[in-house]
Design a protein around this ligand. Structure first.
Ligand SMILES: Nc1ncnc2c1ncn2[C@@H]1O[C@H](COP(=O)(O)OP(=O)(O)OP(=O)(O)O)[C@@H](O)[C@H]1O
Length: 254
């Protein structure tokens, strides 16, 4: 049975494990993220970061353990029920409509979320959703390109558009999967600005290989290795930690 309680956490993972056959991709993960908190999850290739996201979104059922979202046990919920409760994610692979304009992509995303599931069948234009789409397009600095076809955007702009789509329907919590991957230094600076300017109540977890981006946009950092959490701390503590430097920054773990 799924019950709510007065937990202080936006996201709470207890004893979460995920096996793929003999491989333990995640082992006994304990993770608590407060409402409005911005958390970076770092780790070498294969550490289990994407699997962690897939379990939180419901794309993969965990083999063991529980997930609470703002106090509600969502462990057995399908992805669309989690979306309905205000959980969003971005993917490493682009899910944009390349043949449509920027504003149409954001509008469709707002429309899909407003219906509680991703279905795009609706006969008439909804003005409240148009306003939301316009506001989100401005938030990610794409207003001047609102009528541009997505296929004509730069790669960095496409990633910005993905963020706008993840923000549709006023989410309470977002999972960003390597949003800085493939971006130029200028685009990275713009990404940092977009993330730091998100409304304060909107918490997130960001998976990011770029330490500079991750440490600048997070309040707290969780380091993973071989499917386990091996260290947590403030960005400054993580940056200076000799074990982290040996394992991750030094590249020994790769
Ligand atoms: N669908 C799957 N089937 C089998 N094994 C999988 C599957 N997805 C992930 N794995 C394995 O689980 C482990 C963790 O993978 P995961 O993709 O979560 O790591 P990651 O930290 O996101 O790595 P990267 O930084 O390379 O994206 C890896 O050994 C991977 O090969």
């Amino acid at each position: 049975m799924n019950t709510s309680n007065d937990t202080a956490y936006a996201l709470e993972l207890r004893g979460m494990s995920k096996r793929f056959g003999a491989l333990a991709a995640l082992s006994d993960i304990e993770l608590s993220v407060a409402p409005g908190e911005r958390r970076a999850v770092l780790g070498s290739n294969g550490a289990g970061k994407t699997t962690l996201f897939n379990c939180i979104t419901g794309d993969f059922p965990p083999s063991k353990g529980s997930i609470r979202f703002f106090g509600e046990d969502i462990t057995g919920f399908p992805p669309h029920e989690r979306i309905r409760r205000g959980l969003r994610r971005t993917y490493q692979i682009s899910l944009l409509f390349m043949g449509l304009s920027v504003i149409d992509n954001v509008y469709l995303s707002c429309l899909g979320v407003s219906r509680g599931r991703f279905s795009f069948l609706r006969p008439r234009r909804d003005d409240a959703l148009v306003s939301s789409a316009e506001e989100l397009t401005q938030r990610v600095n794409l207003w001047d390109d609102r009528d541009t076809m997505v296929s004509d955007l730069s790669y960095g702009q496409q990633r910005q558009l993905e963020i706008a789509m993840a923000l549709s329907g006023a989410p309470r919590f977002i999972l960003f999967d390597e949003p800085a991957a493939g971006l130029s230094p200028t685009e990275r600076r713009e990404l940092i600005e977009i993330l730091t300017n998100l409304p304060g109540h909107m918490g997130y977890i960001i998976i990011e290989h770029d330490m500079d981006v991750a440490l600048r946009v997070s309040d707290y950092v969780t380091m993973m290795h071989n499917g386990k959490i091996f260290k947590e701390g403030k960005p400054s503590e993580i940056e200076e930690d000799p074990e982290v430097q040996a394992l991750y920054l030094g590249g020994d773990a790769h």
